[in-house]
Every structure is written in structure tokens, then in C-alpha cells.
Ligand binder design. Structure first.
Ligand SMILES: O=C(O)c1ccc[n+]([C@@H]2O[C@H](COP(=O)([O-])O)[C@@H](O)[C@H]2O)c1
Ligand SMILES: Cc1cc2nc[nH]c2cc1C
Length: 607
């Protein structure tokens, strides 16, 4: 069942009746009436009476309470809240702030209240169904107040929709499902599950998700079931083959280089911000490039058998517990992504715990093999994992993502990552073993032994990237490799994160040569093997912040630089526009063909 539902509709579209049908009649529903009744308004009172007649007698009705406060105080055991409706709530707020005719400070006060409501909804642990009016599809209102209402409600609806895992639009009594699962009443479903509530989009999920490490109940089959695994591998061709990667658009890159020459700054003076804009222009095949508008983080979660050998500072249970934390929006990547304008999705590829159904749809097994003595995956599992990663990239790109970030979560995963990097770069074990989650010297020694033994096995299969993933990676890393390669196949730019994503990237480049042209390195992780990754892929990191968290956190932290790089190229004045003189000896409007020192870096693969 959906957790937070927004039912939108025009006047008399049937939205209230539809919303009422979404909560069970016998549930202890709290009906929140938002209208402030004017006793003199007969017609309005009759409308309200008609609504009230429809409600089951057991429902509790609250008349225009402080809505944000109410949702903030709700507890997980509360019956559903049905709020009807947001448009009248907003009307009341605009009235109270005297914003219809007031100055910008009165509108700001209403927006603050609206923001409080949205954040209360995000945090509300109880089931909530909101009704709101969809306005603004017609002509622009002739009055200021009409325009104000239309614009404020439109923005509020969008923010509330972002917090809901189910969104339904009623048109002429017919429900159109815009987002979400199967709470009943919807007639049309999205074609791509990437955008619906079943996507595990943590911008739309809440703190309700339980992740259990206990064994499945006797009457529930252990997940993943054999049937699920059979389904996963049924359509996967062997061997795994990817279409060729085509390079970013060279003309757009050259246009971007030329445009930077014309912007009002000494040539090359924005340094690597210029390189970044040129890279983005090539990826988008357009100059100037657009700032990423739908950046998407997919966190690949999985446990690793090698963690049993004492190579991490934390127990394996943390992986599943962190999945719940991602879903609740409480992890670092959630916060960073929200600050940077990205949304986060988490997928369970091999967590050794039960995760919600929509998170585990691609799950291959519970914990990958202990790579010092056994393969991480079977042949079928590695193919299923790589294929899942590719399918996830496809889903996200088809769903509108214009920039992808892979994140990782898995206790022990820096060990297989170190093995992959050493195998493909020829480095010795000691050069690739870092402190991971913060291991002490004894754990570091155990990690050395584990890496040495796994590397002995991995070195025999370095020529085949899929066999290497099977031998020494794990389902999460294999899926990330598929994801990163497929992003390049789909001509979609990627910001890479730290060591674990980097290890997957090194393998992905083997599977899909040229994929690296579609990637930029977000940061340099504190893990020593990550520097080997960057050198191997010839990528220069955007940030050096001594981060070593994973989750995609380093990549997301670099995201604002991409926005800036694109905006500079769109919004800066040219020498001609601004009447600013160009280089000494150049005619106004002439495009320089020579570049200053340093600008030559713009031809590097990364930028
Ligand atoms: O990606 C990195 O650069 C990175 C560096 C150190 C630690 N991590 C994260 O920490 C966990 C793995 O660390 P460990 O010590 O358990 O191997 C896993 O959840 C990773 O996301 C990630
Ligand atoms: C708490 C915690 C959060 C993480 N996020 C990524 N790796 C992690 C490891 C731990 C231990």
C-alpha cells in the first residue's frame, strides 16, 4: 500500500470521493477539513455538509488544525490522515498573511508555512492522503490574486508530489495514476517503474521500512526464491555483450571551447570549470550545455562473505540497516543529494537481510561469496547482476534522468574493490589496501591476507571482465559495472564516486571500452586504491575532500560544480554583448584560435 498519496483534480473532478475510497471505511481515519468556514456563506456550508455526509461515522474530523503541526505530531500507529484539501489550506494561509494584496514579505511568510508543511509530510510516519486542486491549466488569470494563487498552489502541489509515493490525477471522474503502486483506483500505470513508488526513490519514501536480518518466517519463502533467480537469468544472454560506446559529440565540444573564448574573462581563467562545461556540452551534444535538471543517484547495496574474515570495522548487519536509513532519508547521501538537487534510489543486489519488495526486485543472492576461497557469484548470478545494472541505467534514463551517479553500500566491499583494482592495474596488495570504514592495524593485516588470496584467484581471469566480476567482485559491484557501462551506451554523463564505484568503473571500461569518456571523477577518496583507479582511467578528480564514505557522497558533493559550469556557459556575457575589449591586438568579435597554457587540458578525455 502506498504510504503518502496526493490526489489532484480540477473542480468537481471527483477527487475527494476518490481520496475517501483510498482509506478503508473501517479504519480509524482522521479527516482533516482545511476550509475555514464563513458562517455567512450558505453555499459553502452546504458543500461542506455534503462532504461530511459521505464520511463514515467512525471517522474523527478535525477542522482546520495547524496542518504541519498535526503531521509532525503523528505517530506510526495512527490511523490514516485524510486531508481535504490543500487548495483551501493555502487559501487560508494567504488570507491570514494578508498576501492577496500584500508585499513580497507576506508571500514569503506563506511559502515558509508551505515549506513547513512539506517537510512535516516528509517526516510523517503515518499514512496520509492529501487532496489538492489542480489549477493553472487554463488561461493566465487577469488578477494579481488569481495569478498568485495559481502559482503558489502549483509550486506547493509539486513539492507535495515529490514527498508522495503515489500521485493520482482525477480528470472528469477518471483517475490517472501519475506515480505509484497499486493502492487501488488508478487506471493507467507508468511504463517505467523507475519513476514510480516501486523505484525505491528515497525522495518519496519514509521511515516505515523494516529491514530484517532474522530468518524468513516458516510460511514465507526465503528471498530471493529460486523462482525469482530463474526469472532473473531466464532472459539474460550468455556471454554478456554490450553495444559499442560512441564518444561524446566533438562538434559540441569544439563549439563549447570557442564559446569559452568569447565569454568575458581571460581565456582559460575558469580553469577546470571550463573543462567541465566543455565535457558536458560534448555529452549533451549541445552548446551551451544545460545544467543537469534530473540528476539521479542509484545506491547499490550488497553484503560480502569476506566480511566474515574481519576485514571491516563494522558488522555486516549495518548494510541492511543502512538500506532502511537510505529509505528513511537519513543517510549522508540523502542529505547531500537534497542539497545538490539530486534524487536517490536504493537497490538491494545482495544484502544479507530482508528488504522491502520494491528495493529487492533485482536481488541476486543474500551476500556474495567469500572471495579469498570461493567465487563471489555463479555464472548465472554475475550475468543477472550486470544485466540488472544495465536495466537500472535504462530505467533511469528512460525516466528522464540526465545525469547518473552510482553509489555503494556494503560492509566489506573495499576488499573486493581493492582486489579488482590490483588485478586490473597490476598493483601489489599493500598498495591497494586502505582503512575502509576505519579498521585498526590487526584488521588491516587480515585484509592484506584476504586481498592476497583473492588476488591470486583473480589474476588468473583478468582477461575476461565478467569472469573477473564473478570471481572477485559481488552482485553489487557487478551491477554497478553494468550501470556505468550502460550509462555510456545511453550517452548519459556520469559523476563517479570513490573506490568502490571506481573499481566497478575500471571493470566497466574493460566491458565497454570508451565508457570513461562519459564519466567525470567527482572526488578522490582517501582509499589508496582509488588513486590507482583515477590514474588507470586517466581521470582527474574534481574534489579532494578526504572523504571515504561511499554511497555516492563524493560524486554528489561535486554535482554543484557541473551546474555552475553549465550556467557560466549559458549566462555569462560575451565580450561583444558587454562591450568589453578582448585580448590586446585582437579585433572586437574575433574568435581567438590560440589557447593559453593550461587550456590544452581541455582536450583531455576527462574534460
Ligand atoms: O568508496 C569509497 O571510497 C569508500 C571508502 C571507504 C569506505 N567506504 C564505504 O564503507 C563500506 C566499506 O568499508 P569496509 O571497511 O567495510 O570495507 C562500504 O559501505 C563503502 O560504501 C567507501
Ligand atoms: C554507518 C555506515 C554508513 C555507511 N555508508 C557507507 N558505508 C557505510 C558504513 C557504515 C558503518
Amino acid at each position: 500500500m502506498a504510504h503518502r498519496t496526493l490526489v489532484l483534480g480540477g473542480a468537481r473532478s471527483g477527487k475527494s470521493a476518490h481520496a475517501e475510497g483510498l482509506v478503508p471505511g473501517d479504519a480509524p481515519v482522521t479527516y482533516v477539513a482545511t476550509a475555514r468556514v464563513d458562517p455567512a456563506d450558505e453555499e459553502w456550508r452546504a458543500r461542506i455538509a455534503e462532504h461530511a455526509r459521505r464520511r463514515p461515522p467512525a471517522w474523527r474530523t478535525l477542522e482546520h488544525p495547524d496542518l504541519a503541526e498535526l503531521l509532525r505530531a503523528a505517530s506510526p500507529s495512527d490511523g490514516p490522515y485524510l486531508v481535504d484539501d490543500i487548495a483551501t489550506w493555502l487559501t487560508g494561509e494567504l488570507d491570514e498573511a494578508a498576501a492577496w494584496e500584500g508585499g513580497s514579505e507576506t508571500v514569503a511568510a506563506v511559502r515558509k508555512r508551505a515549506a513547513e508543511l512539506v517537510s512535516a509530510l516528509h517526516a510523517c510516519p503515518a499514512r496520509v492522503v492529501l487532496v489538492s486542486a489542480e489549477v493553472g491549466l487554463g488561461v493566465i488569470p487577469a488578477t494579481r490574486s488569481g495569478r498568485l494563487f495559481r502559482d503558489e498552489l502549483g509550486a506547493l502541489n509539486a513539492a507535495l508530489a515529490e514527498a508522495c509515493d503515489e500521485v493520482i490525477l482525477l480528470v472528469a471522474g477518471i483517475p490517472l495514476r501519475l506515480r505509484g503502486g497499486d493502492a487501488g483506483g488508478g487506471t493507467n500505470r507508468e511504463t517505467s517503474s523507475a519513476r514510480d513508488g516501486a523505484s525505491g526513490d528515497t525522495s518519496t519514501q519514509t521511515r516505515r521500512y523494516e529491514v530484517s536480518t532474522s530468518d524468513a518466517a516458516p510460511d514465507t519463502p526465503a528471498w530471493p526464491t529460486q523462482e525469482h533467480l530463474d526469472d532473473l537469468v531466464a532472459d539474460v544472454p550468455a556471454p554478456v555483450e554490450l553495444p559499442p560506446v560512441t564518444p561524446p559529440d566533438d562538434q559540441a565540444r569544439r563549439d563549447a571551447l570557442a564559446r569559452h573564448e568569447r565569454l568575458t574573462k581571460p581565456a582559460g581563467s575558469l580553469g577546470r570549470l571550463e573543462e567541465l562545461g566543455v565535457w558536458l556540452a560534448g555529452c549533451q551534444a549541445t552548446c551551451p550545455p544545460r545544467p543537469p535538471s534530473r540528476p539521479r543517484v542509484v545506491v547499490f547495496a550488497g553484503d560480502h562473505g569476506i566480511a566474515r574474515k574481519g576485514v571491516s570495522a563494522y558488522p555486516s548487519e549495518v548494510t541492511g540497516q543502512m538500506v532502511a536509513n537510505f529509505l528513511a532519508g537519513g543517510a549522508a547521501v540523502n542529505v547531500l543529494a537534497q542539497a545538490a538537487g539530486a534524487t536517490v534510489r536504493v537497490v538491494d543486489m545482495a544484502v544479507d537481510a530482508d528488504t522491502p519488495e520494491f528495493v529487492r526486485a533485482h536481488k541476486v543472492r543474500r551476500g556474495s561469496g567469500c572471495i579469498d576461497t570461493e567465487n563471489a557469484l555463479t555464472d548465472a548470478e554475475v550475468r543477472a547482476a550486470v544485466t540488472a545494472g544495465r536495466a537500472l541505467a535504462d530505467e533511469e534514463v528512460d525516466g528522464g534522468a540526465d545525469l547518473l551517479i552510482a553509489g555503494d553500500m556494503g560492509i566489506g566491499n573495499t576488499t573486493p574493490s581493492a582486489v579488482l583494482v590490483a588485478a586490473l592495474t597490476g598493483a601489489e596488495p599493500v598498495a591497494v589496501i586502505g582503512r575502509g570504514t576505519g579498521i585498526d592495524d590487526e584488521a588491516w593485516m587480515r585484509k592484506c591476507v584476504a586481498v592476497r588470496d583473492a588476488l591470486r584467484r583473480a589474476r588468473q581471469v583478468v582477461d575476461d571482465p565478467v569472469v573477473l566480476l564473478r570471481t572477485a567482485a559481488g552482485a553489487d559491484i557487478a551491477a554497478m559495472a553494468g550501470f556505468l557501462a550502460q550509462a555510456a551506451v545511453r550517452r548519459t554523463p556520469v559523476v563517479l564516486d570513490g573506490l568502490v564505484v571506481g573499481a566497478a568503473a575500471v571493470v566497466a571500461e574493460e566491458m565497454a571500452p570508451g565508457a570513461r569518456d562519459w564519466w567525470v571523477a567527482g572526488h578522490r577518496s582517501a582509499e589508496p586504491a582509488h588513486t590507482l583507479v583515477l590514474e588507470h582511467l586517466d581521470l582527474r578528480p574534481l574534489l579532494e575532500m578526504d572523504m571515504r564514505l561511499g554511497e555516492g557522497s563524493g560524486a554528489v558533493s561535486a554535482l554543484p560544480l557541473l551546474t555552475m559550469a553549465a550556467r557560466v556557459m549559458n549566462e555569462m556575457a560575451t565580450f561583444d554583448d558587454a562591450g568589453v575589449s578582448g585580448r590586446t591586438g585582437e579585433q572586437p568579435g574575433a574568435t581567438s584560435t590560440g589557447r593559453t597554457e593550461g587550456a590544452g587540458e581541455l582536450t583531455s578525455a576527462e574534460g
